[in-house]
Design a binder for this molecule. Structure first.
Ligand code: ADE
Ligand code: ZN
Length: 341
């Protein structure tokens, strides 16, 4: 099964580039940029990654991002992630970046976006790994600050496919960002939103109604609302679920308690993603492996999750069909091999 998972073509649709900052890279960049870290070893950093909820993670995560200063830093960070994604047989990525985490520290928007974009273009050339970039606004900041950030992004519109919202969910309902959302939509950006991670199912409804989202990031609390489940099933609005993240942030107490299999079997377009893999203990294939082990998923269910990842992406219909066929071929290969004994 592990080989099957590793070899399946897949997309990653919920990945914060700042969340791929491995402790080794953190040290290297801190040294290069003359920044002092409150740690002396990589092991010490990893020991600090014990979170009790989303906020306890975010506090550490924003501190880590302070080592990112130059365009080259954003380029290297992105390049390192894309190498790992390529090893995991990821064919397409839709990456989040949080410009406000950097512009608030005085780092120009230009350096952030140019570094990330350069690495994305290089991976397209080197591996045929395609990508889209999604700019996230931080929910704990004001709508006015989000509007300022949207304005800064306009010169880079060609490089940014959509906008999303991340950071503290509780206390920051979707309605807070209605105006900036309408502005982004009128500029031609698509929208997605982190909703129903720690917040209630109502925040998923509100994201659909008020922010016109095309995907729900996380969305696991949809399990509490039968009407919403039915709406998500019929509309096929995808959920970008992040299993290891949910365990590390105590959304579920154990992987055996995770609802991804239930959501899949109810017919929702659920996908598997890694969120902030440097902080949560694994990249996309590790997420697949952990849910397979804990929830006893079949090969057909794993294949369906990989197909959903293409369906949920912003790739063309033709590309999606090509990958569905590849996944079917791999599944049939496994089935005929097992029949032969
Ligand atoms: N920013 C990075 N990871 C996040 C998550 N899981 N939820 C909300 N904001 C985030
Ligand atoms: Zn996230």
């Amino acid at each position: 099964m592990i080989d099957f998972i590793n070899q399946l073509p897949k997309t990653e649709l919920h990945l914060h580039i700042e969340g791929t900052l491995e402790p080794e890279t953190m040290f290297r960049l801190a040294k290069r940029n003359g920044i002092e870290l409150p740690y002396t070893t990589v092991e010490q950093i990893r020991e600090d990654y014990n979170f009790s909820d989303l906020q306890s993670f975010l506090d550490i995560y924003y501190k880590g991002a302070a080592v990112l200063i130059e365009e080259e830093d954003f380029y290297e960070l992105t390049k390192e992630y894309l190498e790992k994604a390529h090893q995991d047989n990821v064919k397409h990525v839709e990456i989040f970046f949080d410009p406000q985490t950097h512009t608030q520290r005085g780092i120009p928007f230009k350096k952030v976006v140019e570094g990330i974009h350069r690495a994305l273009e290089e991976a397209r050339g080197n591996y045929g790994l395609t990508s889209r970039l999604i700019m996230c606004f931080l929910k704990h900041l004001s709508e006015e600050e989000a509007i300022e950030t949207l304005k800064e992004a306009l010169p880079y519109k060609e490089w940014i496919f959509g906008v999303g919202w991340d950071s503290t969910e509780l206390g920051n309902p979707p309605q807070k960002f209605k105006k900036v959302c309408d502005m982004a939509l009128s500029e031609g950006f698509i929208t997605v939103n982190h909703a129903g991670e720690e917040g209630p199912a109502q925040y998923i409804w509100d994201s659909i109604k008020e922010l016109h989202i095309r995907r729900v990031d996380h969305g696991v609390r949809s399990i509490d609302d039968e009407l919403l489940l039915e709406y998500l099933r019929r509309s096929r609005i995808p959920l970008t679920v992040c299993p290891l993240s949910n365990i590390k942030l105590c959304v579920f107490s154990d992987m055996k308690e995770h609802v991804i299999k239930k959501l899949l079997n109810k017919g929702l377009c659920v996908t598997v993603n890694s969120d902030d893999p440097a902080y949560f203990g694994g990249y996309i294939n590790r997420n697949f492996i952990e849910i397979w082990k804990a929830l006893d998923l079949s090969k057909e269910e794993i294949a369906q999750l990989a197909k959903n990842s293409f369906e949920a992406s912003f790739l063309s219909i033709e590309k999606k069909q090509q990958y569905y066929n590849e996944i079917d071929t791999q599944l049939e290969g496994i089935e005929s091999a097992s029949m032969l004994g």
